[in-house]
Ligand binder design. Structure first.
Ligand SMILES: NC(=O)c1ccc[n+]([C@@H]2O[C@H](COP(=O)([O-])OP(=O)(O)OC[C@H]3O[C@@H](n4cnc5c(N)ncnc54)[C@H](O)[C@@H]3O)[C@@H](O)[C@H]2O)c1
Ligand SMILES: [Zn+2]
Length: 360
């Protein structure tokens, strides 16, 4: 079994990777000295597949678990759902020492993590990510929260899990489109931090898309290592953690203006990353050949690389970008690349140039 540590002082935790991890969930939780009562929060796609195995394993290890099943999809990341979770947590008499198991993709992780961060002023939680995106990104780093009508993730907290369990077996049932959306975040790590990973993806994309066990294990662990590295340097995003948002300024705005649900998060940030690469050639000296390699890699993962927008839609997109959390003093701040593997954050980008890039 592989392991990556997220070193954050007394909030440090381990990310465990492997096959058949779900069956060991209870035993691993026992090592964390968690309370005896817990609630597994999952969604309607994931719960029927994996909740039983998780609860069985918890029971064998002596935990008393209850299941909360929420609807699937981005719209469940709302304050209304958080309220419904609180009511269930209270009903099942979860106390300060109890814990939550977030079993699902990034939506469940963000929602359950936010419930854990706030219920009784904070109880423990562990992440059991079941999507590729959640395994390489959302389950690590402690960002939890929900959406408002005004924008994505506008209410939330930094609240670290006690452990993350990435069971590769759960990925077998993930729909193809969701899997590819996760690949978009994997490519991001190559661009922002690791040229060797980027080259590996250029070589092995077909294998990765086929969910080849070895490359999957390698790549997921490497992405978590990178995320851990970045989060350890800057847990609350006052600086370098912003690099994880490469492609996200445009991506989030695209998700907001097209109504949550049209584009998957990973698809929206594919378009966002390709646009950010183009902006980088103009503003931070990214060689045009590197921008082409970036576009090509997203295309080889069969991810969308552009979007057709009319001027009115572009106007809306720019307005949505100004609402994003990455805005300070009214300026839209971007992460831009110098070369593959090296980015800069906090770059001002004129709105005109964004318009031009989106509508060449
Ligand atoms: N907290 C963070 O740092 C962070 C980082 C990146 C993304 N996010 C958030 O993550 C969310 C996206 O996460 P996601 O892409 O995992 O989406 P998701 O949680 O909606 O899961 C995608 C779909 O796959 C289904 N599913 C999940 N696991 C499955 C499995 N093993 N087999 C079959 N179906 C399965 C889900 O029910 C859902 O329908 C967004 O809300 C985004 O804002 C958060
Ligand atoms: Zn993302």
């Amino acid at each position: 079994m592989r392991m990556v540590k997220v070193p954050l002082g007394n909030r440090s935790y381990n990310i465990l990777f492997g096959h058949g991890l779900l069956a060991r969930l209870g035993a691993e939780c026992s090592k964390l000295k968690l309370g005896q009562r817990c609630v597994v929060i999952s969604d309607r796609n994931v719960a029927p597949r994996f909740a039983k195995a998780a609860q069985r394993s918890l029971a064998v290890a002596g935990f008393n678990s209850f299941l909360i099943t929420v609807p699937a999809g981005e719209t469940v990341k709302s304050l209304k759902s958080v309220q419904a979770c609180y009511d269930q947590l209270a009903k099942h008499r979860l106390e300060r020492k109890s814990f939550i198991v977030a079993l699902g993709g990034g939506v469940v992780g963000d929602l359950a993590g936010f419930a854990a961060a706030t219920y009784l002023r904070g109880i423990d939680y562990v992440q059991v990510p079941t999507t590729l995106l959640a395994q390489v990104d959302s389950s690590v780093g402690g960002k939890v929260g929900v959406n408002l009508k005004a924008g994505k993730n506008l209410v939330g907290a930094f609240y670290q899990p006690r452990a993350v369990f990435c069971d590769f077996d759960t990925l077998r049932t993930l729909p193809e489109r969701e899997y590819r959306a996760g690949v978009a975040e994997i490519i991001k790590y190559g661009i922002i931090y690791d040229a060797a990973l980027f080259r590996q993806l250029e070589r092995e994309m077909p294998k990765l898309l086929k969910r080849d066990g070895k490359i999957l294990a390698d790549v997921v662990a490497r992405c978590c290592e990178i995320k851990s590295d970045v989060v350890a340097q800057d847990e609350t995003e006052s600086g370098v953690r912003a690099i994880l948002n490469f492609g996200h300024t445009i991506g989030h705005a695209l998700e907001a203006v097209s109504g949550y649900g049209k584009y998957l998060h990973g698809e929206a940030i594919s378009i966002g990353q390709v646009a950010a690469a183009r902006l980088s050639t103009q503003l931070t000296g990214l060689p045009a050949a590197d921008a082409d390699r970036i576009t090509k890699l997203f295309r080889s993962a069969r991810l969308p690389i552009k979007v057709k927008l009319n001027p009115a839609q572009i106007g809306k997109l720019c307005a949505a970008m100004k609402l994003d959390k990455k805005v300070s003093a009214g300026e839209v701040k971007f992460v831009l690349a110098r070369k593959i593997g090296k980015v800069e954050f906090g770059k001002n980008v004129p709105l005109d140039l964004i318009r031009e890039t989106l509508n060449p």
